[in-house]
Design a binder for this molecule. Sequence first.
Ligand SMILES: C[S@@+](CC[C@H](N)C(=O)[O-])C[C@H]1O[C@@H](n2cnc3c(N)ncnc32)[C@H](O)[C@@H]1O
Length: 287
Amino acid sequence: MEKHIVKSLALGSAAGLAGGGITALGASLGFTTFSAIWPALAICAVIGALVHNAKQSSTDLMDNRTHTLRKRLERVRRDVGDIHGLVRLGPYTQDLPLPMGGGWALTGDSAALLAREVLTRRPGTILELGSGVSTLILGQIVKRGGQGHVLSVDHDPGWASQTRRYVEFLGLDDVVTVVDAPLKALSLGNQAFNWYDIPQSELDKLGAIDLLLVDGPPQSQGISQAARYPAFPVLRQRLSHNALVFVDDAHRSMESNMIRQWMAEDPGWNEQWFDTVDGVCLLTRKS
Ligand SMILES: C[S@@+](CC[C@H](N)C(=O)[O-])C[C@H]1O[C@@H](n2cnc3c(N)ncnc32)[C@H](O)[C@@H]1O
């Protein structure tokens, strides 16, 4: 604000000086007296400052309104995507004790897409990176389908135990295992990551992975490489022939660049992008 006032005064003064200069020129030509220069200078300065200030204020007001409007539109877009997904998820949301979508969880539309893929592909083995609402949806579909198992890993023991409580509440403990997998330093190429330390015995018990859901670990602030990058190079060998890799948050540049890097490193996969609220990318082997 202070900057604007200073700028307004400077512009006003410049206008005043210009006005004064013209008046001085007039005076030198004998059209007016020299004593008229100073009142003219002052009037021009005030008018210039007022005009500039009014212009600046209206620009600021427009910028603020545009920003607020953009934020509200984004909120509406997220809510519509969420509600749309919730409606399509139908029976799998009836008993969920967690609020859906937004924040950290899969938004409703991405969850509905996940449900559709699981219902139609009927994967026998599912490995989920990052537990939460998605674990409960996967568990319910697998339980109703009467076959398959979900292994969900989480780096946060508190979050994992909360997911376990809801799994138990919904009676899904026979089809869902939530394991603690603390993040451990991992080098890939010349890059360093913090990656899930998944108990080998749990991976072996699960067997070849039919569906890999990549929704963790969270991206730490200020880290330039994608936190989820190791998912594909580390687990690719464990994916079954018809495996589906479901990558959430694909709209984020970190994730979309990560997927492009995966595809450059292994061109044997197809990618399919979905414009859900946070974006989803599905990877399947080329036949
Ligand atoms: C993107 S979240 C995983 C969400 C999960 N797949 C779902 O759909 O609900 C990734 C990780 O963030 C952590 N997390 C999830 N919700 C959180 C919350 N509300 N606050 C802080 N951390 C959270 C958990 O450790 C989780 O594994």
